[in-house]
Write a protein that binds this ligand. Structure first.
Ligand code: MZD
Ligand code: MN
Length: 356
Protein backbone atom coordinates (compact mmCIF):
# COMPACT_ATOMS: atom_id res chain seq x y z
CA UNK A 1 0.00 0.00 0.00
CA UNK A 2 1.16 3.54 -0.77
CA UNK A 3 1.97 5.23 2.55
CA UNK A 4 -0.39 8.12 3.28
CA UNK A 5 1.53 10.74 5.29
CA UNK A 6 -0.61 12.84 7.63
CA UNK A 7 -0.50 15.17 10.61
CA UNK A 8 -2.43 14.22 13.73
CA UNK A 9 -4.47 16.62 15.88
CA UNK A 10 -4.65 14.30 18.88
CA UNK A 11 -2.18 12.09 20.72
CA UNK A 12 -0.98 11.56 24.28
CA UNK A 13 2.34 11.39 26.03
CA UNK A 14 2.76 9.43 29.26
CA UNK A 15 4.47 11.43 31.96
CA UNK A 16 7.16 9.76 34.11
CA UNK A 17 5.95 8.52 37.48
CA UNK A 18 8.31 10.87 39.31
CA UNK A 19 7.58 14.00 37.30
CA UNK A 20 5.84 15.87 40.10
CA UNK A 21 7.84 14.25 42.92
CA UNK A 22 11.01 15.68 41.42
CA UNK A 23 9.55 19.06 40.50
CA UNK A 24 7.36 20.03 43.45
CA UNK A 25 7.70 20.38 47.21
CA UNK A 26 6.57 17.25 49.08
CA UNK A 27 3.37 18.90 50.39
CA UNK A 28 2.23 19.24 46.75
CA UNK A 29 3.94 16.20 45.20
CA UNK A 30 2.13 13.92 47.66
CA UNK A 31 -1.18 15.07 46.18
CA UNK A 32 -0.12 15.11 42.51
CA UNK A 33 -1.52 12.41 40.15
CA UNK A 34 -0.02 8.99 40.87
CA UNK A 35 -0.87 5.41 40.03
CA UNK A 36 -0.44 2.31 42.19
CA UNK A 37 -0.91 -1.30 41.11
CA UNK A 38 -2.36 -4.16 43.11
CA UNK A 39 -4.62 -7.15 42.48
CA UNK A 40 -4.58 -6.70 38.70
CA UNK A 41 -5.78 -3.13 38.91
CA UNK A 42 -4.14 0.27 38.52
CA UNK A 43 -5.54 2.83 40.94
CA UNK A 44 -5.07 6.50 40.16
CA UNK A 45 -4.95 8.96 43.06
CA UNK A 46 -5.26 12.71 42.67
CA UNK A 47 -5.29 15.17 45.56
CA UNK A 48 -5.90 12.30 47.94
CA UNK A 49 -8.91 10.95 46.02
CA UNK A 50 -9.20 7.67 44.12
CA UNK A 51 -10.28 8.73 40.65
CA UNK A 52 -9.82 5.62 38.53
CA UNK A 53 -9.40 1.91 39.06
CA UNK A 54 -8.63 0.23 35.75
CA UNK A 55 -7.62 -3.31 34.90
CA UNK A 56 -3.83 -3.27 34.42
CA UNK A 57 -4.42 -4.90 31.02
CA UNK A 58 -6.36 -1.77 29.96
CA UNK A 59 -3.67 0.63 31.16
CA UNK A 60 -0.86 -1.43 29.63
CA UNK A 61 -2.70 -1.70 26.29
CA UNK A 62 -2.36 2.08 25.98
CA UNK A 63 1.36 2.17 26.77
CA UNK A 64 3.62 0.98 23.96
CA UNK A 65 7.24 2.10 24.52
CA UNK A 66 6.65 5.19 22.37
CA UNK A 67 4.07 6.45 24.88
CA UNK A 68 6.83 7.63 27.19
CA UNK A 69 9.96 7.66 25.00
CA UNK A 70 9.76 10.36 22.30
CA UNK A 71 12.63 8.85 20.31
CA UNK A 72 10.86 5.51 20.04
CA UNK A 73 7.68 7.47 19.38
CA UNK A 74 9.27 9.08 16.30
CA UNK A 75 10.02 5.59 14.95
CA UNK A 76 6.37 4.64 15.49
CA UNK A 77 5.24 7.86 13.77
CA UNK A 78 7.47 7.21 10.76
CA UNK A 79 6.23 3.64 10.50
CA UNK A 80 2.58 4.73 10.86
CA UNK A 81 2.91 7.68 8.44
CA UNK A 82 2.28 10.46 10.96
CA UNK A 83 4.53 13.47 10.47
CA UNK A 84 3.54 16.04 13.12
CA UNK A 85 1.20 15.46 16.03
CA UNK A 86 -0.50 17.47 18.72
CA UNK A 87 0.55 15.95 22.05
CA UNK A 88 -1.85 16.03 24.98
CA UNK A 89 -0.91 14.89 28.48
CA UNK A 90 -2.04 11.75 30.20
CA UNK A 91 -1.74 12.02 33.98
CA UNK A 92 -1.65 15.83 33.81
CA UNK A 93 -5.23 15.70 32.48
CA UNK A 94 -6.15 15.10 36.10
CA UNK A 95 -5.25 18.68 37.01
CA UNK A 96 -8.73 19.47 35.66
CA UNK A 97 -10.49 17.74 38.56
CA UNK A 98 -8.35 19.16 41.35
CA UNK A 99 -9.95 21.57 43.80
CA UNK A 100 -6.75 23.08 45.18
CA UNK A 101 -5.71 26.17 43.19
CA UNK A 102 -2.00 25.96 44.04
CA UNK A 103 -1.81 22.22 43.34
CA UNK A 104 -3.50 22.58 39.94
CA UNK A 105 -1.30 25.53 38.98
CA UNK A 106 1.99 23.95 40.05
CA UNK A 107 1.22 20.51 38.58
CA UNK A 108 0.33 22.13 35.27
CA UNK A 109 3.49 24.25 35.23
CA UNK A 110 5.68 21.25 36.05
CA UNK A 111 4.06 19.25 33.24
CA UNK A 112 4.50 22.13 30.78
CA UNK A 113 8.20 22.47 31.64
CA UNK A 114 8.75 18.72 31.35
CA UNK A 115 6.90 18.40 28.03
CA UNK A 116 8.74 21.43 26.60
CA UNK A 117 12.17 19.97 27.30
CA UNK A 118 11.60 16.20 27.15
CA UNK A 119 9.08 15.94 24.30
CA UNK A 120 8.92 19.14 22.24
CA UNK A 121 12.67 19.53 22.75
CA UNK A 122 13.26 16.19 21.01
CA UNK A 123 11.54 17.15 17.77
CA UNK A 124 9.49 20.01 16.26
CA UNK A 125 7.11 17.28 15.05
CA UNK A 126 5.67 17.25 18.58
CA UNK A 127 3.24 20.12 19.08
CA UNK A 128 2.69 20.27 22.83
CA UNK A 129 -0.45 21.63 24.43
CA UNK A 130 0.09 23.63 27.61
CA UNK A 131 -1.94 22.80 30.70
CA UNK A 132 -3.43 25.90 32.34
CA UNK A 133 -5.43 26.24 35.53
CA UNK A 134 -9.18 25.64 35.33
CA UNK A 135 -9.63 26.99 38.86
CA UNK A 136 -8.24 30.49 38.55
CA UNK A 137 -8.21 32.67 35.46
CA UNK A 138 -5.25 34.79 36.57
CA UNK A 139 -3.18 31.62 36.98
CA UNK A 140 -4.36 30.39 33.58
CA UNK A 141 -3.51 33.67 31.82
CA UNK A 142 -0.09 33.81 33.46
CA UNK A 143 0.70 30.22 32.44
CA UNK A 144 -0.57 30.78 28.90
CA UNK A 145 1.80 33.75 28.55
CA UNK A 146 4.71 31.79 30.04
CA UNK A 147 4.03 28.78 27.84
CA UNK A 148 3.65 30.82 24.65
CA UNK A 149 6.88 32.71 25.28
CA UNK A 150 8.58 29.32 25.80
CA UNK A 151 7.31 28.08 22.43
CA UNK A 152 3.91 26.47 23.03
CA UNK A 153 1.39 26.95 20.22
CA UNK A 154 -1.73 25.63 21.95
CA UNK A 155 -3.33 25.36 25.36
CA UNK A 156 -5.49 22.57 26.82
CA UNK A 157 -8.81 22.90 28.62
CA UNK A 158 -11.12 20.07 29.70
CA UNK A 159 -14.35 19.34 27.85
CA UNK A 160 -16.15 19.75 31.21
CA UNK A 161 -15.31 22.83 33.31
CA UNK A 162 -15.28 22.80 37.10
CA UNK A 163 -18.49 23.37 39.05
CA UNK A 164 -19.42 27.07 38.95
CA UNK A 165 -17.09 27.91 36.07
CA UNK A 166 -19.20 27.07 33.05
CA UNK A 167 -17.55 28.26 29.87
CA UNK A 168 -20.21 30.95 29.31
CA UNK A 169 -19.25 32.45 32.66
CA UNK A 170 -17.51 35.81 32.27
CA UNK A 171 -14.91 34.66 34.82
CA UNK A 172 -13.08 33.10 31.83
CA UNK A 173 -13.00 36.28 29.74
CA UNK A 174 -9.33 37.21 30.37
CA UNK A 175 -8.24 33.77 29.17
CA UNK A 176 -10.25 34.05 25.95
CA UNK A 177 -8.74 37.49 25.38
CA UNK A 178 -5.21 36.24 26.10
CA UNK A 179 -5.54 33.26 23.75
CA UNK A 180 -6.94 35.50 21.01
CA UNK A 181 -4.18 38.05 21.56
CA UNK A 182 -1.52 35.35 21.40
CA UNK A 183 -3.29 33.84 18.37
CA UNK A 184 -3.19 30.31 19.79
CA UNK A 185 -5.96 27.73 19.73
CA UNK A 186 -7.65 26.36 22.83
CA UNK A 187 -7.87 22.56 22.61
CA UNK A 188 -10.66 20.92 24.61
CA UNK A 189 -10.03 17.18 24.96
CA UNK A 190 -12.98 14.87 25.63
CA UNK A 191 -13.15 12.65 28.70
CA UNK A 192 -11.62 15.31 30.91
CA UNK A 193 -12.90 17.45 33.77
CA UNK A 194 -15.53 14.99 34.92
CA UNK A 195 -16.09 11.36 35.83
CA UNK A 196 -16.05 9.22 32.71
CA UNK A 197 -17.54 6.02 34.13
CA UNK A 198 -21.11 7.20 34.60
CA UNK A 199 -22.91 4.05 33.50
CA UNK A 200 -22.55 0.52 34.84
CA UNK A 201 -24.00 -2.81 33.91
CA UNK A 202 -25.31 -3.81 30.48
CA UNK A 203 -23.87 -1.55 27.77
CA UNK A 204 -21.74 0.39 30.26
CA UNK A 205 -18.57 0.46 28.20
CA UNK A 206 -20.30 1.71 25.05
CA UNK A 207 -22.62 4.11 26.88
CA UNK A 208 -19.66 5.71 28.67
CA UNK A 209 -17.63 5.94 25.49
CA UNK A 210 -20.51 7.79 23.85
CA UNK A 211 -21.13 9.94 26.94
CA UNK A 212 -17.68 11.50 26.58
CA UNK A 213 -18.57 13.36 23.41
CA UNK A 214 -21.58 15.24 24.85
CA UNK A 215 -19.47 17.70 26.89
CA UNK A 216 -17.67 18.67 23.67
CA UNK A 217 -21.01 19.66 22.17
CA UNK A 218 -22.00 21.49 25.34
CA UNK A 219 -18.72 23.42 25.32
CA UNK A 220 -19.18 24.54 21.70
CA UNK A 221 -22.75 25.65 22.52
CA UNK A 222 -21.56 27.60 25.56
CA UNK A 223 -18.70 29.36 23.77
CA UNK A 224 -20.73 30.24 20.68
CA UNK A 225 -24.09 31.18 22.25
CA UNK A 226 -22.48 33.31 24.98
CA UNK A 227 -20.63 35.34 22.33
CA UNK A 228 -17.07 34.32 23.28
CA UNK A 229 -16.10 33.31 19.73
CA UNK A 230 -18.08 36.25 18.29
CA UNK A 231 -16.13 38.69 20.46
CA UNK A 232 -12.82 37.12 19.43
CA UNK A 233 -13.23 36.25 15.73
CA UNK A 234 -9.58 35.17 15.51
CA UNK A 235 -9.89 32.67 18.39
CA UNK A 236 -9.99 29.04 17.30
CA UNK A 237 -11.14 26.16 19.46
CA UNK A 238 -10.41 22.51 18.81
CA UNK A 239 -12.59 19.69 20.14
CA UNK A 240 -10.09 16.82 20.33
CA UNK A 241 -11.23 13.19 20.02
CA UNK A 242 -14.86 14.30 19.91
CA UNK A 243 -15.56 13.20 16.36
CA UNK A 244 -16.56 15.93 13.89
CA UNK A 245 -19.89 14.79 12.54
CA UNK A 246 -21.90 16.38 15.35
CA UNK A 247 -20.76 19.86 14.37
CA UNK A 248 -23.14 20.63 11.46
CA UNK A 249 -26.11 19.23 13.41
CA UNK A 250 -25.21 21.39 16.38
CA UNK A 251 -24.78 24.42 14.10
CA UNK A 252 -28.24 23.89 12.62
CA UNK A 253 -29.80 23.52 16.03
CA UNK A 254 -28.12 26.65 17.35
CA UNK A 255 -29.24 28.65 14.30
CA UNK A 256 -32.78 27.40 14.84
CA UNK A 257 -32.69 28.30 18.53
CA UNK A 258 -31.24 31.70 17.78
CA UNK A 259 -33.96 32.36 15.18
CA UNK A 260 -37.02 30.68 16.71
CA UNK A 261 -36.43 31.88 20.26
CA UNK A 262 -35.17 35.28 19.19
CA UNK A 263 -37.14 37.05 21.94
CA UNK A 264 -35.04 35.33 24.58
CA UNK A 265 -31.65 35.42 22.87
CA UNK A 266 -28.83 37.31 24.57
CA UNK A 267 -26.27 38.39 23.68
CA UNK A 268 -27.16 39.04 20.07
CA UNK A 269 -24.33 37.86 17.83
CA UNK A 270 -22.81 39.67 14.85
CA UNK A 271 -22.92 36.41 12.88
CA UNK A 272 -25.24 33.39 12.89
CA UNK A 273 -24.04 30.63 15.26
CA UNK A 274 -23.36 28.36 12.28
CA UNK A 275 -21.12 30.99 10.64
CA UNK A 276 -19.12 31.32 13.86
CA UNK A 277 -18.86 27.54 14.23
CA UNK A 278 -17.86 26.94 10.62
CA UNK A 279 -15.05 29.49 10.86
CA UNK A 280 -13.71 29.05 14.41
CA UNK A 281 -14.53 25.55 15.67
CA UNK A 282 -12.40 22.55 14.70
CA UNK A 283 -12.94 18.92 15.68
CA UNK A 284 -10.84 15.78 15.42
CA UNK A 285 -11.83 12.18 14.79
CA UNK A 286 -9.94 8.89 14.43
CA UNK A 287 -12.16 6.37 12.65
CA UNK A 288 -15.45 8.00 11.61
CA UNK A 289 -16.34 7.66 7.91
CA UNK A 290 -19.16 10.14 8.62
CA UNK A 291 -16.59 12.83 9.45
CA UNK A 292 -15.51 12.93 5.81
CA UNK A 293 -19.07 13.33 4.60
CA UNK A 294 -19.34 16.25 7.01
CA UNK A 295 -16.63 18.00 5.01
CA UNK A 296 -17.74 16.96 1.52
CA UNK A 297 -21.55 16.95 1.81
CA UNK A 298 -22.19 19.44 4.63
CA UNK A 299 -19.42 21.95 3.99
CA UNK A 300 -17.88 21.80 7.47
CA UNK A 301 -14.20 21.92 6.53
CA UNK A 302 -12.61 22.22 9.98
CA UNK A 303 -12.42 18.46 10.27
CA UNK A 304 -9.06 17.18 11.52
CA UNK A 305 -7.86 13.61 11.65
CA UNK A 306 -6.14 12.49 14.84
CA UNK A 307 -4.40 9.22 15.70
CA UNK A 308 -5.03 9.34 19.47
CA UNK A 309 -1.71 7.50 19.75
CA UNK A 310 -1.22 5.41 21.87
CA UNK A 311 -4.76 4.95 23.13
CA UNK A 312 -6.99 2.01 22.25
CA UNK A 313 -9.49 4.55 20.82
CA UNK A 314 -6.84 5.47 18.30
CA UNK A 315 -5.41 3.91 15.18
CA UNK A 316 -1.98 2.61 16.32
CA UNK A 317 -0.63 0.18 15.14
CA UNK A 318 -3.02 0.09 12.16
CA UNK A 319 -2.92 3.73 11.09
CA UNK A 320 -2.21 3.10 7.42
CA UNK A 321 -5.02 0.57 7.17
CA UNK A 322 -7.42 3.06 8.76
CA UNK A 323 -6.24 5.94 6.55
CA UNK A 324 -6.64 3.88 3.37
CA UNK A 325 -10.11 2.74 4.43
CA UNK A 326 -11.08 6.33 5.16
CA UNK A 327 -9.49 8.13 2.23
CA UNK A 328 -8.82 5.84 -0.72
CA UNK A 329 -12.08 6.90 -2.35
CA UNK A 330 -11.86 10.54 -1.26
CA UNK A 331 -10.71 13.40 -3.50
CA UNK A 332 -7.09 14.37 -2.86
CA UNK A 333 -7.93 17.96 -1.89
CA UNK A 334 -10.44 16.77 0.74
CA UNK A 335 -7.99 14.22 2.12
CA UNK A 336 -5.25 16.82 2.29
CA UNK A 337 -7.57 19.32 4.01
CA UNK A 338 -8.53 16.80 6.71
CA UNK A 339 -5.12 15.21 7.25
CA UNK A 340 -2.68 18.11 6.71
CA UNK A 341 -4.03 21.55 5.84
CA UNK A 342 -6.44 21.90 8.75
CA UNK A 343 -3.62 21.01 11.14
CA UNK A 344 -1.30 23.53 9.44
CA UNK A 345 -4.00 26.22 9.67
CA UNK A 346 -4.42 25.77 13.41
CA UNK A 347 -1.04 24.61 14.74
CA UNK A 348 1.46 25.96 12.24
CA UNK A 349 2.82 24.43 9.07
CA UNK A 350 4.24 20.93 9.33
CA UNK A 351 4.68 19.50 5.83
CA UNK A 352 5.10 15.72 5.73
CA UNK A 353 8.08 14.47 3.67
CA UNK A 354 5.86 12.95 1.01
CA UNK A 355 2.30 13.89 0.22
CA UNK A 356 0.41 11.54 -2.07
C1 MZD B 1 -7.16 9.72 30.03
C2 MZD B 1 -10.89 9.49 29.07
C3 MZD B 1 -11.96 8.08 27.21
C4 MZD B 1 -13.12 7.61 28.10
C5 MZD B 1 -15.03 5.57 30.03
C6 MZD B 1 -13.39 3.78 30.35
C7 MZD B 1 -12.69 1.42 30.88
C8 MZD B 1 -14.49 0.36 32.16
O1 MZD B 1 -20.28 -2.01 34.38
P1 MZD B 1 -19.00 -2.63 33.86
O2 MZD B 1 -18.31 -3.50 34.89
O3 MZD B 1 -19.18 -3.35 32.53
O4 MZD B 1 -17.95 -1.41 33.57
C9 MZD B 1 -18.22 -0.37 32.65
C10 MZD B 1 -16.96 0.49 32.66
C11 MZD B 1 -17.07 1.67 31.73
C12 MZD B 1 -16.71 0.93 34.06
C13 MZD B 1 -15.80 -0.39 32.14
O5 MZD B 1 -16.12 -0.79 30.81
O6 MZD B 1 -13.93 0.58 33.20
N1 MZD B 1 -14.00 0.74 30.97
C14 MZD B 1 -12.78 2.51 29.80
O7 MZD B 1 -12.87 4.36 31.29
N2 MZD B 1 -14.47 4.25 29.72
C15 MZD B 1 -15.44 6.28 28.73
S1 MZD B 1 -14.13 6.34 27.55
O8 MZD B 1 -13.36 8.15 29.15
C16 MZD B 1 -12.46 9.30 26.49
C17 MZD B 1 -11.60 7.03 26.18
C18 MZD B 1 -10.86 5.84 26.77
C19 MZD B 1 -9.55 6.28 27.44
C20 MZD B 1 -9.82 7.32 28.55
C21 MZD B 1 -10.56 6.60 29.68
C22 MZD B 1 -8.48 7.92 28.98
C23 MZD B 1 -10.67 8.46 27.98
C24 MZD B 1 -9.54 10.12 29.41
O9 MZD B 1 -9.72 11.12 30.40
C25 MZD B 1 -8.56 9.11 29.92
C26 MZD B 1 -6.38 8.63 30.67
C27 MZD B 1 -5.09 9.06 31.34
O10 MZD B 1 -6.16 7.64 29.66
C28 MZD B 1 -7.42 6.92 29.56
C29 MZD B 1 -7.62 6.61 31.03
C30 MZD B 1 -7.40 7.95 31.64
C31 MZD B 1 -8.75 8.68 31.34
MN1 MN C 1 -7.00 11.69 22.71
Amino acid sequence: MVKIWVNSADSHVLEPHDLWRDALPKRLADRAPRAERADGRETVYVDGQIIRRDPIAFSDAMRPPGAEDPRIRLEDLDEQGVWAEVVFPSRALWTTIMTDRELARECGKAYNDWCLSEVMGVSPRFVGVAVVSVLDTDDAVAELARAVSAGYRAVFLPATPPEGRDFNNEVWEPLWAAAAEADIPICFHIGTGAEQKVARGPGGAVINYVETFYPAQRTVAHLVASGVLDRYPGLRIVMAESGATFVPALADRMDEAYRQHDMFVRPKLSRRPSEIIYSQVYASFQHDPSAIGTATALGFRNVMWGSDYPHLEGTFPNTQKVLHELFDDVAQDVRRRITIDCFNEVFGVAEPPVTV
